[in-house]
Design a protein around this ligand. Structure first.
Ligand SMILES: [Zn+2]
Length: 199
């Protein structure tokens, strides 16, 4: 057993809101099983530091924690999207999702999986909090989700509101009715001999 494997411990559930039997627990357990089966490390290198004034990069940003909920969700989104792809590819994919932007990378991933459509959490269920609007790993019960910022996911209600709004917009942009003068001028043009008539 490698030191890395010996150091494997259960996720720190007591410091978060994650409860046994919850969706989050299942995601974390599934991700851990994948990593164990692959004997993959529980962390991945961060991105190279860009703080050197001479342009040389040295050092790395904090390591990517493959035991985090965000990583488990990134992995699951990728695996659900391409179930036939080897698990190790999704492991590296999940690393890449979190490497540059952390949890915000999940928003890009959801957008990419939707063919680049912008993500509006009113219509798209937030992958991180599962549309509860609350930070799933914060022990603070008032903390809103860092990804959707507590957006209310309610696509049916939003569409009910959106359709009348679109109708209003269409009505507002419809060309104004021609004035009486316009109509008279147009009629005069069609009856003028040699103009506007059929040959
Ligand atoms: Zn959220």
């Amino acid at each position: 057993m490698t030191p890395d494997h010996a150091a494997r411990t259960a996720p720190p559930l007591t410091r978060t809101r994650i409860r046994p039997g919850s969706r989050e627990t299942a995601l974390l357990a599934a991700a851990r099983t994948v990593l164990d089966n692959l004997e993959a490390p529980l962390t991945a290198p961060g991105r190279p530091s860009r703080t050197d004034p001479n342009g040389w990069s040295y050092g790395y940003s904090p390591e990517i924690d493959r035991t985090s909920l965000a990583w488990a969700i990134a992995y699951q989104l990728l695996a659900d999207h391409q179930p036939d792809t080897p698990a190790l590819s999704h492991v590296y994919g999940a690393d890449a999702v979190l490497r540059e932007q952390g949890i915000r990378g999940l928003a890009d991933l959801q957008s990419n999986l939707a063919n680049g459509a912008p993500i509006d959490y009113a219509y798209t269920r937030c992958a991180y909090c599962d549309a509860t609007g609350e930070d799933p790993v914060s022990p603070d019960y008032d903390a809103s989700c860092p990804l959707c910022r507590g957006a209310i996911w309610y696509p049916e209600r939003h569409s009910d509101q959106q359709i009348p709004r679109l109708v209003d917009l269409l009505t507002a942009t419809r060309p104004a009715k021609p004035s009486l003068l316009d109509r008279l001028l147009r009629r005069a043009a069609t009856v003028r001999p040699g103009q506007g008539g059929t040959p």
